[in-house]
Design a protein around this ligand. Structure first.
Ligand code: SAH
Length: 235
C-alpha cells in the first residue's frame, strides 16, 4: 500500500508544489505515496462559504471554526482510518527525524493546515489532532509545514532513495550531525580533499567521519551532543 497523505487546506492549489519535483515527485509518479487535498471551504454551509470567525474573548485576527473543520476531517478521515491526524501548529511537538521515521513506517497521515490565528481548540480535542511544529517561528499557514513534513517522510519510504542505506548515516539518524562531504575535483581553490577519504581504508574513513561528526555536533549543537553522549553511556 502506498503511503497515503491527505492534506486539509484552504489553498489546495499549493499542492503538490515542490513535492511534485525531484525525489518526492518521482515517488509520487511511482505510486510509492499519494497525495489528496481537501478544500476546507467546501464544508462551509453559509452562502458566503466562510470558514472563520472572530476570536472569543476578543483580539486580532480570525479563528477557523470547529464545526466546519470537523466536517472536513470526518469526510477525509472516517473513524476507521488508521492514519494519524496531525495539525500543523507552532505549539506542536517539534518535528524531528525520529518522528519523521515513525510516520514513514505507518500507513500515511491526515494533515490539517491552519490559517489566520489558528483553529478552535475544541476541534483539536474532539478529533484527537496531534499538533506538530516545524520550528520556533510563526508561518502564515500550515501548508509549507505540511510540505516540509511530507518531504522528510517521503524520502524515507522504501524505494525512494534507491540503494542508499535509507539515510541511516545522515544528520540526526545517529543522534549526531553529519560529517563533511567532498567530491571531485581533488583540488578546489587550493583546498584538497582530506587524504584519508581517498586512502581506500574503510575502517579509517568510518572512524574519521565519526570523529568529525562528533566535533561538529559538539560545536554547533551542544544539546544534541549531550543527548547523544548520554545515550552512548547508557548503551
Ligand atoms: N496565532 C498562532 C499562529 C497562527 S499561524 C500562534 O500564535 O500560535 C497560522 C497557521 O500557520 C497555524 O494555525 C499553523 O497551522 C501554521 N503554522 C504557523 N507556524 C507554524 C510552525 N512553526 N509549524 C507548523 N505550523 C505552523
Amino acid at each position: 500500500m502506498p503511503f497515503a497523505a491527505t492534506v486539509l487546506t484552504l489553498y489546495p492549489d499549493m499542492f503538490p508544489g515542490p513535492l511534485g519535483q525531484s525525489l518526492s515527485g518521482r515517488a509520487l509518479e511511482k505510486d510509492i505515496w499519494n497525495l489528496e487535498t481537501v478544500q476546507i471551504r467546501d464544508f462551509a454551509s453559509d452562502k458566503h462559504r466562510s470558514v472563520d470567525d472572530t476570536p472569543a474573548g476578543g483580539g486580532a485576527g480570525m479563528v477557523l471554526r470547529p464545526d466546519i473543520l470537523a466536517k472536513a476531517i470526518d469526510h477525509a478521515s472516517p473513524a476507521s482510518d488508521q492514519r494519524p491526524r496531525l495539525l500543523m501548529s507552532p505549539r506542536g511537538r517539534p518535528l524531528d527525524q525520529a518522528y519523521v521515521r515513525q510516520l514513514s513506517e505507518g500507513p500515511g497521515a491526515v494533515i490539517v493546515c491552519g490559517r489566520f490565528e489558528g483553529v478552535d481548540e475544541r476541534v483539536i480535542e474532539a478529533r484527537g489532532l496531534v499538533e506538530v511544529s516545524i520550528g520556533d517561528y510563526v508561518l502564515s499557514g500550515g501548508e509549507l509545514g505540511a510540505m516540509v513534513l511530507l518531504d522528510a517522510v517521503v524520502r524515507l519510504l522504501p524505494g525512494v532513495m534507491g540503494n542508499r542505506e535509507s539515510g541511516e548515516s545522515e544528520s540526526f539518524e545517529m543522534g549526531l550531525l553529519e560529517h563533511p562531504q567532498y567530491t571531485r575535483p581533488q583540488e578546489f581553490e587550493g583546498r584538497t580533499i582530506p587524504e584519508i577519504l581517498t586512502s581506500g581504508d574503510h575502517g579509517k574513513i568510518a572512524a574519521w567521519r565519526k570523529a568529525r561528526a562528533e566535533e561538529i555536533t559538539q560545536a554547533r549543537r551542544p544539546d544534541l551532543y549531550d543527548a547523544w553522549r548520554d545515550g552512548d553511556e547508557k548503551s
